[in-house]
Each structure stands twice: as C-alpha cells, then as structure tokens.
Design a protein around this ligand. Structure first.
Ligand code: MG
Length: 128
C-alpha cells in the first residue's frame, strides 16, 4: 500500500511566534507546512505551489500586503479555487469577520488560540 501523501498547508503571519506555534502543531498532526511572514511572499508561494496547497492560514493584519488583499487575490484566481482560506482574526473585531466573508474567506480562527484548538479546527475543516 502506498503511504498517503501529506496535505500541505501554507501559514502566513507577520508574528514569528504564531507561525512557529502553528507550524509545530500542524506538523504534529501530520500536515506538511510552508511558512511565510508577508502577504507578498504568500502570493509568490501560492503561484509556485498552488497545486499542492490545500489550505492557507492567513493573518489579516500584516505590513505591506494585508491578509484581505491576499484573500482577494486567491479568490479571484480560478486556478486557486480549490484552496481553502482560513483567516486569523482578533476576537473583538467582528468587522474582520464581515469583511472576510465578503471577500470569500472559508473559515476563521480567533486569536489568541491554543495549538491544540487550532489543530482540532483544521482537522474538522479537512474532515480528518
Ligand atoms: Mg499580524
């Protein structure tokens, strides 16, 4: 039997601690990860690897290209329509959720979160 190929998740957040925590838990959960710290990098990675990226975990507030802008670019490109986009939002910012919804975000994860909750949520989204 051929081992099932790992699913690849792109993590994009300008806070290195968030990226490290997220990466650690997703890899413990059996996912392959690619990480970056800016929207500009995220777009470049998606251009190169969109065929294997199943899901993008995307911070909204980043210097330069924001998560909203990245989300918009993903959702408006038909080559990327199978990519699930999960936004990191800050609890009190209901506005984030509304705007994200308009731009086509699939799910949200509220900051702050625990690594375990994050992994549980991603597993649920990917039905594992
Ligand atoms: Mg940020």
């Amino acid at each position: 039997m051929v081992a099932q190929e790992k699913q690849t998740i792109l993590i994009c957040d300008d806070e290195p601690d968030i990226v490290t925590l997220t990466q650690r838990f997703l890899e413990m959960g059996g996912y392959e990860t690619i990480t970056c710290n800016s929207g500009k990098e995220a777009i470049k990675i998606i251009e190169e690897h969109h065929e294997k990226i199943i899901l993008v975990l995307l911070d909204i507030m980043m210097p330069g290209k924001s998560g909203y802008k990245v989300l918009e670019e993903i959702k408006s490109n038909e080559n990327y329509q199978d990519i699930i986009v999960v936004l990191f939002t800050v609890k009190s910012f209901n506005e984030d959720v509304q705007k994200g919804k308009r731009l086509g975000a699939d799910f949200y994860i509220t900051k702050p979160f625990s690594g375990k909750d994050l992994l549980d949520t991603i597993n649920r989204i990917l039905k594992k």
